[in-house]
Design a protein around this ligand. Sequence first.
Ligand code: ADP
Ligand code: ZN
Length: 206
Amino acid sequence: MNIILLGAPGAGKGTQASKIASKYNLLHISTGDIFRANIKGGTEIGKLAKSYIDAGKLVPDEVTCKIVEDRLTWDDAKSGYMLDGFPRNLYQAQELDKFAKIDLCLNINVDEALLMDRICGRRVCSCGESYHVSTLNGATTCAKCGNELYQRADDNPETVKARLDTYNTQTAPLIDYYEKQGKLACVTSGEGSPDEVFEQIKKILG
Ligand code: ADP
Ligand code: ZN
């Protein structure tokens, strides 16, 4: 099964992706993670991506589509994957249809008023876990692996505003796109706890 995770920044795509990956044995492909790894590694792609990411804009389509198309040819993608953060606009969705067969688009809907606090309070670990300061009780290390937590460079109010704007103008229209393809499934109360949201997802995935 090949799935797309759709939702605004802070909707919980990454959190749910790890849960889905372990229960359903699907490969988790996050374009945001790929770009961040490239930035850390100082690659050409990383250098290019950084300026867009810092501004809350989309990295150019040609670069992003190529990365995903290549990644889907790896052996580990053969038995099913989850795309997190791709596609993010209509062009990317149309390109994806040319090189992949998508079965389902899971749209995680969250009240927009919550997103700013969720993202600005987010602390992440290099292992992929993420937390919110309100539940950390002052802890600064990851409960899963013990590594030091940090805040993503783009998780600041100014960039988040731009990311939400990018989402509303460019990504939200994809809900309609997948609805028309008969592939859309909506997680309606994404405001719940990660476990509550995952319960809904399990019902959808069966
Ligand atoms: P979030 O969903 O919380 O905004 P991501 O890690 O998915 O975080 O993305 C971070 C940034 O990486 C985006 O703001 C954008 O600049 C870039 N990016 C990620 N995926 C794409 C994509 N499919 N197309 C273009 N840019 C992307
Ligand atoms: Zn960790």
